[in-house]
Every structure is written in structure tokens, then in C-alpha cells.
Write a protein that binds this ligand. Structure first.
Ligand code: FMN
Ligand code: MN
Length: 455
């Protein structure tokens, strides 16, 4: 693909690129990783990317905000932000047809320095929200290997530091790492992983591709190669039999221990609420490697997590939904409601196929609670327009599809006993399309033909 990001495989390259395009803010004043850093970052949410040059008591800078502005992401991918989901869908499709194997090296930037005395507290890991239970790694990409087949998996997990060489993390019930872990644990064995911090867009996004696009048994690292346009370089780890991303800033190696759970949380989640404190999975760190001059990367809870997950999840699911219901032309997560409200646009040619679209969307995205289907003339990227369609095209008596007792997303407070009710909203105009549903419109004129002052 014609991707500027091809040459942007590390954060140092991103910083130069962002600076060149006037998209980087540098905070020169020293900040405390405890609450202050995230407090300052929050004030720039959705704007330029922020580099904190000095963090109290730490030797490394922190980059935050890489995902909170879709226009910036689109710039790196060398396309308009409206095209970005489709570009990503094409990349995933190309990978599915022709997966490229990674290259495995002995050494790379991410193991320039091998720490002899592991101390996670020396990293500038922020304590983000005021109610969080500790310092959280929020952008770390996990590589794990299937205990039976050895197939690699890529995923993103929140991790709370609990000791110099220990943290607790969240494994979602339907995730592939959970599947790997359960099979390892059943044999009484730990699950070895590498945790890669400070990676480029393709690595993190490949980690968030939904299972419907990257099923169990497919190595998501191939998606990275596809997006970068060259096979991804991996490095062998020091202490575990799992590879790491050669271009990462830090690599934390270790094992998720069998039969052991320790407290994790609270944590300000994508839901906008704090996830509760509970006994969760434990990682014992066995090695820490880094670059000579690493930059720590964090993702801020809120818009940034929503984009980091929603963009690629929507792009990955679109292909599946479109293959089942070809009349579907685009999907988009409603801002602020990632991963719960998916808006589906379709060019309906058969009455009733909008219901298939709703069902296809539910099957393709495990966490979605609401699917709203609209016609081609509705701007799905504009929540006001979507609401207009619902208010003027949906009959609440007959156009709602209620699915009780569906598997819920545990992080959401509306889930009870792992279950919730899913809702499909059909806001499409019935076929044959009655005249009354023609959108009112003014003449489409070419403004350049007019002499206009005072603009
Ligand atoms: C910023 C971010 C944070 C995430 N945090 C978690 C997490 O803590 N636990 C989890 O299981 N999934 C988390 N996810 C979602 C998974 O990475 C995502 O569902 C991915 O598809 C799982 O990989 P898998 O399909 O290979 O299981 C997060 C995603 C993003 C983008
Ligand atoms: Mn997977």
C-alpha cells in the first residue's frame, strides 16, 4: 500500500514525522507520572500528539495521544480520514489471502540494552485516572504462542504494576490469549509472553483486529507485514520462547502464572467508568530489554482507547459483514460508544436484508450492544444525522430487534451474569421507497463561480 508509515516503524520516526507536519506538542516542564502527566495530556485530548520530555524520577520521555485524532492517523496512512477504515479493511483482506511470514532476528533496537536488575518502577508508567488502582501499561502489545500449535497471537491488554517484576492484567473471556492461557493452565503450565511497548500503528492495530477477521490459528503479525509493506522483524526473547517486536521501545518478557490470581483495578475503562478491583491474572517478569534511548508510549483512557480499538475493529468486521450482506457499504462505531454502538450503512435492495445486516454485525463483533442500520443517504460519521434517521425512519413497534440473554461485555455495568440484551434498530426506509422519504435538499451549486465577500 502507499503508506507513509512504511518508513515509520518506530516512535522516533513518528516524532520526526509529526514535528514536520506541526502535529506534536512538547511538554518541557517536568511532570509526575502519578496523575499529573495524564491530567496534562487530557487537556490536549483529540488534538496534537503530546511528548512529555521529562518525567519525575525517570530517565525516559513519554509519548501519548497517537490514537486520539483520526486525522493524524489518516495522515500517517497517507489517506483521508473517511477512507481510513476502507484502507484498513483492504489491508486485512490482502493479508487473509496472502499472509507473509515474519523475519526472526537475534537482536534489534528493542534489545540494545538488557536490564540486569528488573525494576518496572523505573519505567515512566503513568497512574492515569484519579480512581485507578495503580500505574498502568495501556498500550502494550502481547505476543503469545498457542500451547498446542505454536501459532502466535497479537493482542492488547491493560496491565497494573504490582511489584518490581510483577503485574496483574485483564484477559477478556472471548480473547485468544485467554484461550491459550486456559489450555496452558490445564496442564499446570504458565503462558509465556512478550509485552511490547512503544510500537507503530500497524503493530497495535493488528493486535486489536477482531476474531471475526483474524480467527484463532491465524498469526496476526502477518497483518503488520501487510500494512508496513515488508515482513515484520521480530527478535528472539532472552528468557521465553516467544518473539518480540524488533522495533519496539521496551520489551517485557515473562509468564502468566497458572492457578494464581491477584488484585487488579480499579481502572478507568473504555466504558467511561472504573472497572472494579478483582483477582485477575498475574505476570511474572523474567527479563526487560530496551533501546539505548527509549520513549515510553501510553494510551489515554477515553477517545484514544475508543479510536485505537474502534477503528480497526470496525474495519475488520466490515469485510465479514459485507461478505454476508453485500448491500452493506460501511460501518462505523458511534464516537463515545465504542465498542457498543455500531452504525451500519447499506444500499438496501431487498426488504428484510437490513435484519440480516443487524445479525451479521452482532456475530462479527462480540461486544456490540446496539446496531443501527441506515440507508445510503445518511452520514454515519455524523451522530446527528444518524439520530435524525432513527427519529424519522424507525417505527418502534415493528423496527426493533431485541435479543435477550446474549453474551455481554463484562466491563459494562449493564451486564448481569455475563448476559445482556442486544438491540438492532432498523432505521432504513421500507421498500418500495415511499416518496415522503426523499430528503429535502437545496440546489448543488459550484461556489467558485460566484463573487462572494465577507466569508
Ligand atoms: C487500548 C486497548 C486496550 C485493550 N485492553 C484489553 C484488555 O485489558 N484485555 C483484553 O482482553 N482485551 C483488551 N483489548 C482488546 C483486545 O486487544 C482485542 O479484543 C483483540 O482483538 C484481542 O485479540 P484476539 O482477537 O487475538 O484475542 C484492548 C484493546 C485496545 C486497543
Ligand atoms: Mn487473535
Amino acid at each position: 500500500m502507499d503508506l507513509d508509515a512504511r518508513n515509520l516503524t518506530d516512535l522516533q520516526g513518528y516524532i520526526s514525522f509529526l514535528e514536520e507536519h506541526n502535529l506534536l506538542i512538547r511538554v518541557k516542564t517536568e511532570v509526575d507520572a502519578h496523575l499529573e502527566l495524564a491530567g496534562v495530556a487530557k487537556r490536549f485530548e483529540g488534538e496534537k500528539v503530546v511528548l512529555f520530555e521529562k518525567v519525575k524520577g525517570c530517565n525516559y520521555p513519554v509519548l501519548i495521544g497517537l490514537y486520539w485524532n483520526l486525522d493524524i492517523m489518516a495522515k500517517v496512512f497517507n489517506c483521508g480520514s473517511d477512507r481510513l477504515p476502507f484502507v484498513l479493511t483492504e489491508e486485512i483482506r490482502a493479508w487473509q489471502k496472502n499472509p507473509v511470514e515474519p523475519v526472526i532476528l537475534e537482536s534489534g533496537p528493542a534489545n540494545e540494552v538488557i536490564e540486569t536488575d528488573i525494576d518496572l518502577y523505573e519505567l515512566p508508567v503513568p497512574h492515569h485516572a484519579t480512581g485507578d488502582g495503580g500505574r498502568y501499561l495501556t498500550s502494550s502489545v502481547v505476543i503469545a504462542k498457542d500451547p498446542d500449535t505454536g501459532v502466535r497471537n497479537l493482542s492488547v491488554h491493560r496491565m497494573m504494576i504490582t511489584g518490581k517484576n510483577r503485574f496483574t492484567l485483564l484477559l477478556e473471556e472471548l480473547g485468544h490469549v485467554m484461550d491459550y492461557y486456559k489450555r496452558a493452565e490445564a496442564k499446570g503450565e504458565p503462558l509465556e509472553i512478550t509485552v511490547n511497548n512503544g510500537v507503530d500503528y500497524p503493530v497495535l492495530m493488528a493486535g486489536a483486529v477482531p476474531a471475526s477477521a483474524a480467527p484463532l490459528g491465524s498469526d496476526e503479525l502477518g497483518i503488520v507485514s501487510q500494512m508496513r509493506g515488508v515482513p515484520v522483524d521480530l527478535i528472539k526473547a532472552q528468557t521465553v520462547d516467544v518473539e518480540a517486536i524488533a522495533n519496539a521501545q521496551f520489551v517485557i518478557e515473562g509468564r502468566i502464572l497458572p492457578k494464581i490470581r491477584e488484585p487488579e483495578g480499579p481502572y478507568a475503562e473504555v466504558t467511561g467508568y472504573y472497572a472494579d478491583r478483582d483477582d485477575r491474572w498475574v505476570m511474572e517478569v523474567t527479563a526487560l530489554t530496551r533501546r539505548e534511548k527509549p520513549i515510553f508510549n501510553s494510551i489515554l483512557s477515553g477517545t484514544e482507547v475508543g479510536n485505537a480499538y474502534g477503528l480497526i475493529a470496525g474495519a475488520g468486521a466490515f469485510d465479514k459483514i459485507h461478505s454476508l450482506v453485500p448491500e452493506v457499504t460501511a460501518v462505523h462505531f458511534a464516537e463515545g460508544s465504542v465498542p457498543y454502538h455500531l452504525v451500519v450503512r447499506m444500499n438496501k435492495t431487498h426488504e428484510g436484508s437490513q435484519r440480516n445486516a443487524i445479525m451479521a454485525a452482532f456475530v462479527s463483533l462480540a461486544f456490540v450492544k446496539t446496531v443501527t442500520v441506515v440507508d445510503e443517504d445518511v452520514d454515519i460519521y455524523n451522530p446527528t444525522d444518524v439520530d435524525w434517521a432513527v427519529q424519522t425512519r424507525c417505527c418502534y413497534e415493528s423496527d426493533l430487534l431485541v435479543i435477550p440473554n446474549a453474551i455481554g461485555h463484562r466491563l459494562n455495568p449493564m451486564v448481569e451474569d455475563d448476559k445482556w440484551t442486544r438491540l438492532g434498530i432498523d432505521a432504513t426506509v421500507p421498500l418500495p421507497r415511499p416518496e415522503i422519504f426523499t430528503r429535502a435538499a437545496m440546489e448543488d451549486v459550484d461556489l467558485s463561480a460566484y463573487e462572494i465577500t465577507g466569508q
